[in-house]
Design a protein around this ligand. Structure first.
Ligand SMILES: [Zn+2]
Length: 135
């Protein structure tokens, strides 16, 4: 997405959690604790990925996009379809997106990444126009 910025990737944390799971330092009941809300969000607003669940290896993971920001008012904290994000990015100046991966089979869930979207990130691709704006 064009206005995407300040991307934070959580794959290191995810690997650490999976390691703890494999060595038995945490139980599957802790790592696979997706709430009914998250399961519903995955079902109705999620995007299926082509990645297998790292815990049960039976189902593919789903990505759920949650949006947060003061401008969003009552929409803050809602799950949105990925296809809706570019429209929201042109509507609002700035908001955060949290991408949560979830397995609808075993309930594994983890924050995958976080980034900012919104009109404030739009850069004018036309240098001529940019020069005129600066004068
Ligand atoms: Zn699973």
């Amino acid at each position: 997405m064009r206005t995407q910025r300040q991307v934070v990737d959580y794959s290191l944390q995810k690997r650490a959690t999976l390691r703890e799971l494999r060595t038995g330092r945490i139980g599957t009941y802790e790592a696979c604790d997706a709430s009914p809300y998250l399961m519903n969000a995955a079902r109705y607003h999620g995007e299926q990925t082509d990645q297998r669940c790292p815990v049960c290896s039976r189902e593919n993971l789903w990505h759920v996009h949650y949006i947060y920001g003061d401008e969003l008012k009552q929409s803050a904290g809602q799950a949105r379809r990925r296809a809706e994000l570019p429209v929201l990015a042109m509507t609002y100046r700035e908001f955060s997106v949290y991408v949560v991966e979830v397995c609808r089979g075993c309930g594994w869930n983890h924050l995958a990444e976080q980034f900012l979207l919104g009109r404030d990130g739009v850069t004018d691709p036309d240098p001529q126009h940019r020069r005129e704006a600066a004068e």
